[in-house]
Design a protein around this ligand. Structure first.
Ligand SMILES: *Cc1c(COP(=O)(O)O)cnc(C)c1O
Length: 397
């Protein structure tokens, strides 16, 4: 497909993994903040940004926060997660997922993935719940630790949705709250449903700088229950009541600023463009690099339309040392090829967290190579990356 006419082009800079695309009205909106002096948590862009997120994701409400991590923390508190509780989540995630659980004084109960989606395995989850829990009145108790299991926190890995129907079914049966870590999941579809429509109590998004859409930093929670949405807003704004210094509980200063939301609004205006670019890049890597023998694509379960936050290749049959060498050879060629998340069960703070078997997580995490996938990656950069990647890969086949 790619002609070799560009083969002589070489970048004199590192082609980055994923950097923000700020070609929209970001600067105009930021200037508007400065002109109006609304730079802090009060200002019109915050509400506007929340409406755009809610509308885009098919939720009734959205609450913008200072980061994805603070959104998760506030969301877990709002769902009733208390010190010493357990919250179910996958081991393969960014550390913020597990940290937000720890910030509640709770611990993650780590569950392995399904190989076909890199998201929580619902069959294994059910088996774990059957074998390791019992009800004490209305409380679900984890037998090995005696701790209360309060919620399930599925992660939409790279924008691939978890298999939500069986997860919601299990959550209902076991009286667990649900909060999705859809940090990079704006635009993700599960069986045609947007993230706000899949039945979770809350959905978290991140607008950190490396996500498809950024606000410089920031996060949001989507909800359909007005009481829950109001409570989340209350918690994230110091639990203030009325306009005087009156607070009815210990709240958090987690509100997004107008400056962040100004950037976020401009980004949301280009949401469809960014998503189609991300999906296009992913499809192109798949058609230029994947041979389905030694080089595989990221999973694409039939019920999923991924938001394709990251692109890259999966090398299950290569040994981990060779994959490290492949990455560093590509970096020598000015291509920012990187590893993917190191799972939580191998991280110091979570080495004694309860867990299922980790066969799938252990077998995949060192075999992922992420490749440059900024939405404004140029054709000439793309062709160069594919050319170099094919050359390096061939040496290890
Ligand atoms: C980015 C990310 C977060 C954290 O978001 P911040 O906005 O950086 O706090 C949480 N979970 C996952 C899966 C992420 O990718």
């Amino acid at each position: 497909m790619n002609s070799s006419s560009n083969n002589s082009w070489k970048p004199d800079y590192l082609i980055p993994l994923a950097v923000p695309n700020l070609a929209g009205r970001e600067a105009d909106y930021l200037q508007e903040c400065v002109r109006s002096t609304f730079v802090s948590t009060v200002g019109p862009f915050v509400g506007q940004f929340e409406n755009m997120i809610a509308k885009r994701e098919g939720a009734k409400f959205a609450v913008a926060t200072s980061s994805g991590t603070t959104a998760l923390h506030a969301g877990l508190v709002a769902l009733g997660v208390k010190p010493n509780d357990l919250v179910i989540c996958p081991s393969l995630t960014f550390v913020a997922t597990a940290n937000a659980i720890s910030h509640c004084g709770a611990s993650p109960w780590l569950i392995d993935l399904s190989a076909s989606s890199w998201t929580i395995d619902p069959d294994l989850l059910e088996q774990e719940l059957v074998e390791k829990t019992y009800f004490d009145d209305d409380k679900l108790i984890h037998k090995p630790t005696g701790r209360v299991v309060r919620a399930i926190l599925p992660v939409f890995t790279i924008g691939i949705p978890a298999d939500m129907d069986p997860i919601i079914e299990l959550a209902t049966k076991y009286k667990l709250k649900t909060i999705i870590d859809a940090a990079a999941g704006i635009g993700t579809l599960y069986k045609g449903m947007t993230t706000g429509q899949v039945g979770a109590d809350l959905v978290m998004y991140s607008f950190n700088g490396n996500k498809t859409l950024t606000a410089g930093g920031g996060g949001a929670l989507a909800a359909n229950d007005p009481k829950l949405a109001n409570f989340v807003r209350h918690l994230t704004t110091t639990a203030r009541v009325g306009s005087d210094y009156d607070h009815d509980m210990v709240g958090y200063n987690y509100r997004m600023t107008n400056l962040q939301a100004a950037v976020g609004c401009a980004q949301m205006e280009n949401c469809d463009l960014f998503l189609s670019s991300k999906r296009n890049i992913s499809n192109k890597y798949n058609s230029e690099l994947v041979d389905n023998k030694k080089v595989h694509a990221f999973p694409s379960p039939e019920w999923a339309e991924s938001s394709c936050w990251f692109s890259g290749i999966f090398l299950p049959d290569f040994n981990a040392d060779n994959i490290k060498q492949i990455r560093s050879k590509l970096r020598e060629k000015n291509i920012d090829a990187r590893p993917f998340w190191k799972p939580m069960h191998l991280q110091k703070p979570y080495e004694s967290s309860p867990r299922s078997s980790m066969n799938i997580t252990n077998s995949i995490w060192q075999h992922i190579v992420t490749l440059p996938c900024s939405t404004h990656l140029s054709d000439i950069e793309f062709d160069y990356i594919v050319d170099q990647a094919n050359k390096v890969l061939r040496k290890y086949m």
